[in-house]
Each structure stands twice: as C-alpha cells, then as structure tokens.
Design a protein around this ligand. Structure first.
Ligand code: NIG
Ligand code: FE
Length: 386
C-alpha cells in the first residue's frame, strides 16, 4: 500500500472513453486532436468511493443538534430518529423527486474527484420504498458518466411496527423485498447492518445466504460499535468487503489476513460522531490492505468529500498520503469489483481522472485539508463541467 507509482513529466493518451496509453513525455504521440497541458500539476485516477448511502430524501441536522446537546446516536435511534427518521421522509417523496436530490449529490461528489461509487438502499424499509431507492440508483447508472454499483440494504434497521417482531422484518427482507429486487435486476450486492440492537451475525448470515441465491455478493456493515463475530461470519461467506471496523480485535485482523474480503474504513463517520477511529495503522502493519470510503449519508456522514477522508486517514489514523491514495482508488475499486475499469491509470481502463491545480507534491493533497485542489475532471474520456 505504501508504493504509489508516479511518472514525472508524463503524458496520458485517451481515446473515446478509455485510456489508450501513458508514459514519459518524450514518448508521447504528436498527432492528437485535443490537448490539456498539465505542466506543474498532478494527474490522479478518480476516487473510487465504495460505500455511500447518497439516495436519501432529507438532511438530519436536528439530530446533529441533539447530539451537541448530549444525546447519543443510540438514544436518538431508540426514540425513532436516525435511520427511521430518514425512512419516514423517504416514504413521503416520489421517485422523481428522490432522483433530483440524488443526482445533485452525485454531481457534488464528482466535483470532489469521485469517478466510481457504490450506492446503498436502506432508507426505505418497506418493499415499495426500498424499490424506489434502487430504481433511482438504476436511473443514475443509466444517465451518469460515473461508474455505479448498487447495494440492497433492506436490513438497515427495523421499522417501528417490527420492533417487537424482528423475525417478521427479516422474513419481509428475504421473502418479499429480495425477490422483487432480483426480478427488476436492481442490485449488485447485499448488505446488512450487523450491530448490537440491529442485525446479529446469525441474522446477517441468513440475509447474505438468501442474497447469494439471487447472485448477490455481500458487502457488510459491521464492527462500527461492537465486536460480535460479524467479521468472521462475513469472511466465511466470502463477502467482498466488511465496512466500518471502528472496533477490531486481533482475532478479527487475523481472520481478514487469510481472506479476499476488503476491510473498508469510513473515517468521516467517527469524525462526525466524535467517536474513535479504526486501527488502520495496525491493520496495514500486519499486512492487511484497506479501502477508504465516505459513507455519505444523512445521519452519520453528511459528506461525500473523499479528499477530506484522505486527510482524516493521514491525521487521525496515521496512514501515509500514498497509502491513503491507494486506499481511495485501487482498493476502493476492488471493494466494489470495479478494479478492471477504475482505480488506476492503466491502459484499457476508463479515462476517469482529475488534474490538480499547481501543487508541490502528492502529500500536499491530504495536507491542505481545506483547499479545493482539483482543476480539471475527466469522466470516461469527457471533460466534466464543474
Ligand atoms: O453507515 N451504520 C449504519 N448506517 C449508516 C448511517 C445510518 C444513519 O444514521 O442514517 C452508516 O453509518
Ligand atoms: Fe454506511
């Protein structure tokens, strides 16, 4: 993770949507149609944000104020705030309205340098509302120049009417929602919030195995607040990624070492909740890869700004700038199985990259945490109008 290959004084040749070639400037072709001069600048592959919930109806800044006034995230959820608050608001708007909000957020993250993103459902919690979110993601996939993967997260929380009947809700997810999601081909992955008070490792395993029958691989929310076996269970079920990991013990790290499951860290969430950060340094020193993602959502991370995630990774988790950049590009692409198309500057991959303003070094990017250092954005071969 520490090695970030850089070519000084280089060219990058694009044809159509793809990278045709790159290398040292003296080897650059001369017969080109359109040229962008990047003298004094850096060219980065677009960020690959492998964990977001950016299809939501409304912001939740009143809970932000509640927390400032002393309530915890768990207390806010228990009184019907949190995910249920978002689900209520989502139930009140149409698919077209939801698309308008989500499209604006996609545009916003593209301006921050993201070129490939995973988006989850999970703010519906009814058959129709979950489908509504996933249909919006499908429409975004069709219209956007960003790479997009969709994840079905029906098991995000229990609606109020199922608080005393958790079995009933899991059955609804598996027997009612999942077949409809599969029938309309709305999801690439399945997720569940494996956490105390939400879905146990056994519940989550049942949901993963139900998803597998429809060809959906797992990406799992686990170890945000408690270690309870979610990692071991996810690895045993060949999950593509396990996400959050604010708490992670040695046995769980060992288990991940023997796996193809990508540990995915979301440091904006503990930043916003004023909680502690995942043990990234220890993980990497033990030989694990990590991916960094935003977790863009209205409750715990109202931000999809990957450059800020990189700064948090360096400042709060002691990752080097090079490690952080690898984590938010190629490892993020791997965590949504988009590594053949995104995540690095390689021949044949999509020409999705950004050119910085004049900056002195790679490390300047996470160092200057408040600056917008992106000057030009290219998405699948086309200049994106900021
Ligand atoms: O990834 N942890 C669960 N879900 C989201 C946030 C949920 C919310 O409060 O809206 C997360 O942090
Ligand atoms: Fe999340």
């Amino acid at each position: 993770m520490r090695a970030l290959p850089v070519i000084k004084n280089a060219f990058l040749l694009v044809e159509g949507e793809r990278i045709l070639d790159f290398g040292k400037m003296e080897d650059a072709p001369t017969d080109i149609e359109q040229e962008i001069d990047a003298t004094g600048k850096f060219v980065f592959p677009s960020w690959c944000d492998s964990h977001t919930h950016l299809v939501f109806a409304k912001s939740r800044e009143s809970e932000f104020e509640d927390r400032i006034n002393g309530l915890t995230y768990a207390e806010i959820s228990a009184k019907g705030g949190g995910i249920l608050n978002s689900a209520k608001k989502l139930g009140e708007i149409t698919e077209d309205e939801l698309l308008i909000h989500a499209r604006a957020r996609l545009y916003e993250i593209a301006k921050f340098g993201t070129g490939c993103v995973e988006i989850k459902s999970g703010y519906g919690l009814t058959v129709e509302s979950e489908l509504k979110i996933l249909r919006v993601i499908k429409r975004l996939k069709a219209e956007s120049r960003l790479g997009i993967k969709a994840t079905f997260l029906g098991a995000h929380s229990y609606p109020m009417e199922f608080r005393e009947n958790k079995r009933g809700y899991i059955d609804l997810v598996i027997n009612e929602m999942l077949p409809r999601v599969a029938e309309e081909n709305l999801a690439d992955y399945i997720d569940a919030f494996c956490e105390k008070g939400f879905f146990s490792p056994a519940d989550t395993e049942e949901i993963i195995q139900a998803g597998k029958k429809y060809g959906l691989k797992a990406k799992i929310h686990t170890n945000q607040f408690n270690c309870m076996g979610g990692i071991q269970m996810s690895v045993a079920n060949n999950a593509v990624s396990v996400d959050h990991l604010e708490v992670l013990n040695d046995a769980e790290m060992e288990c991940l070492l023997d796996s193809d499951t990508m540990p995915t860290l979301l440091p904006s969430a503990p930043f916003f909740l004023n909680d502690h950060y995942p043990p990234a340094r220890k993980m990497i020193d033990k030989g694990l890869p990590v991916a960094l993602a935003s977790d863009y959502n209205p409750g715990t991370t109202p931000s999809g700004k990957i450059p800020f995630v990189l700064s948090l990774a360096c400042i709060k988790m002691k990752m080097t700038p090079q490690e952080a950049i690898n984590a938010a590009t190629i490892n993020g692409a791997y965590a949504m199985e988009m590594n053949h198309d995104f995540g690095s500057i390689e021949k044949g991959k999509y020409a999705s990259f950004f050119i910085t303003k004049n900056i002195p070094s790679v490390a300047y990017l996470p160092y200057a945490f408040g600056s917008d250092l992106i000057e030009t954005i290219v998405l699948k071969g086309e200049v994106f109008d900021k």
